[in-house]
Design a protein around this ligand. Sequence first.
Ligand code: ADP
Length: 162
Amino acid sequence: MRRAVYPGSFDPVTNGHLDIIKRASKQFDEVIVGVLVNSKKTPLFSIEERVNILKEVTSDIPNIVVKSFEGLSVNFVRSCESNTIIRGLRAISDFEFELHLAQTNRVLAPDIDTMFLITSLEYAFLSSSTVKEVAMFEDDLEKFVPSQVAKLLRERIRKIEK
Ligand code: ADP
C-alpha cells in the first residue's frame, strides 16, 4: 500500500490545496491529509472545523483520509505508517521555506522523503491568508475556495467584523 501524508494548516482549505490533494490521490493508494494543531498560530477555524471542512470537500475522493495532528510532521507520518510527505510549491518564495523544512525533516527522519507537487498555474497566487483578507471585502469567494468554505468564510468574517 503506497500511502502519503499531506500536512498543513488548511485554515481554510483552498482550491489550490484541493488541487494538490486530487493530484496526490492519483499517485498514491491512500493520501492522509494531516491538519496541524499549531499552538503558535491563532486560526480562524478550529481544528475540528478544519478537519470537518476537509472531510466534506474531499468526500468524493475515496482514497483520502483526514486526520488532525500535533507536534512534528515526521512523527505523524510514522504513526500513519507512511514514508512520504507531500507539499505544494507555488513560487520561488515557497521554495526556501520548504527546502529548509524538507532538509530538517530528512535529518530527523532519513527514512521519510518529501515530494513536491508544483501548483497548477490557475492556483499559483492562492493562499489561505489572501483568501481571508479578500473575504473581508468581497462576497464572491467561489473563485478561490470550495463553495462550502466560501459560505463558512462569509459567516465567520462577518461575525468578527460586527
Ligand atoms: P502550512 O502552514 O504548513 O504552510 P498551508 O495550509 O498554508 O500550511 O499549506 C500546506 C501546503 O500546501 C504547503 O506545502 C503549501 O506550500 C501548499 N499550498 C498552499 N497553497 C497552495 C496552492 N495554491 N497551490 C499549491 N500548493 C499550495
